[in-house]
Each structure stands twice: as structure tokens, then as C-alpha cells.
Design a protein. Structure first.
Length: 190
């Protein structure tokens, strides 16, 4: 049923899914993330691919009365006060659910950001799962999945994979798509 609604939504707005969806546990980087429409496109693409997509939400959102809705739609509660931190919590979540496919907008915001958040990378390393680059591209009206790679520990080399892949992707509000770099990389030449 979800696949039907996913296809219907994409057809109605004139978009199409592309790429091969991940078949096992991974961290999915979603970019460019410049609009709430990006979220709807990724949900539709995941449904078309019969994939359960998970996302993060603060723990308070998982309490009654709407907590069940958050869990039913793929939400993973995050306790921001936990001493082990977000990376540790999510590594534990992957250990408990090895098929978890966790979507993270690396920019951390729909507004322009000068750096991506490194959480997606650190979570994939700690959980020993691959990183999947997912995208929306308004220029081609496509959304889907691209390269899959294991974090090597060579941050710049791994981020070069992302920079190359996203170099021609156009976000919904493309002027809000900032540089593809992590603060930990320092300043890179444009």
C-alpha cells in the first residue's frame, strides 16, 4: 500500500525515483536539504522501494499522545541528556536493529549552512555500517540513492565522494545549499 502511495505522490508532482535502495542497515545522508518537500520526496522514494526509513526525533516527541505516530512513521527517539551522547545511542540502536536505515540531513537545517554536521559520519563509524548518499535533484526531477561506501577514517577522501556526487544536484531552494564540507576538515579551497 505504501509503495502505491509513494508512486502516486511522485507521479502527481512529476518526479521519479532512481538508484538502488540500500538493502541492509546504513546511515543515509539526505542532501540537498533545502525544503520540507525533500522529506516528502525521500519518504515517497523509500516507500516505492519497500524500505522502512527511520529518522531522528527528540525523546519528548515520543510521549503520549503522539508518540505512537512518531514510532509508526520511523522515528527513533534521541535523549539529548544521555551521557553516552547521540553517537553512542545510535550505535546501540544499530546493534539492536542491524537493518536500521537511518536518514540524516547532514546539513542539519534547511537554511544555508557553511558546514555539514559530522554526526552521520561518526554514527556510521561507531555502528560499523555503510553511508548511503541519497538526493533530491530539482533539475532532473529525480530523487533516490547514489553511492554506498564504508567510512574509511580518511575524512577528506570520504567527503570527496560526497562532494563529487552532489556537485550537480540542485536542491528545491538551491541558493540555500551550502558547501559540502565538515567543520573537522577545516577550510577547503572552493
Amino acid at each position: 500500500m505504501k509503495a502505491f502511495f509513494g508512486r502516486l505522490f511522485l507521479r502527481l508532482i512529476g518526479w521519479r525515483p532512481v538508484g538502488d535502495a540500500p538493502t541492509s542497515g546504513c546511515v543515509i545522508v539526505c542532501a540537498p536539504h533545502t525544503s520540507n518537500i525533500d522529506y516528502l520526496l525521500m519518504i515517497a522514494v523509500s516507500w516505492v522501494n519497500h524500505m522502512n526509513l527511520s529518522f531522528l526525533g527528540k525523546a519528548s516527541l515520543f510521549k503520549p499522545p503522539l508518540g505512537w505516530v512518531m514510532r509508526a512513521t520511523g522515528g527513533v527517539p534521541v535523549d539529548r541528556t544521555s551521557p553516552q551522547g547521540l553517537v553512542g545511542q545510535l550505535a546501540d540502536e544499530f546493534a539492536a536493529n542491524p537493518d536500521l536505515r537511518l536518514a540524516i540531513p547532514a546539513e542539519g537545517t534547511r537554511s544555508r549552512a557553511e558546514h555539514w554536521k559530522s554526526g552521520f559520519y561518526r554514527i556510521a563509524q561507531a555502528a560499523d555500517v555503510p553511508i548511503v548518499l541519497a538526493f533530491v535533484d530539482r533539475a532532473t526531477k529525480t530523487s533516490g540513492f547514489g553511492p554506498i561506501f564504508m567510512p574509511s577514517g580518511d575524512l577528506a577522501a570520504d567527503m570527496d565522494i560526497a562532494r563529487e556526487f552532489y556537485s550537480d544536484k540542485v536542491g528545491w531552494k538551491h541558493e540555500q545549499f551550502g558547501p559540502i564540507r565538515l567543520r573537522e576538515e577545516g577550510e577547503l579551497p572552493d
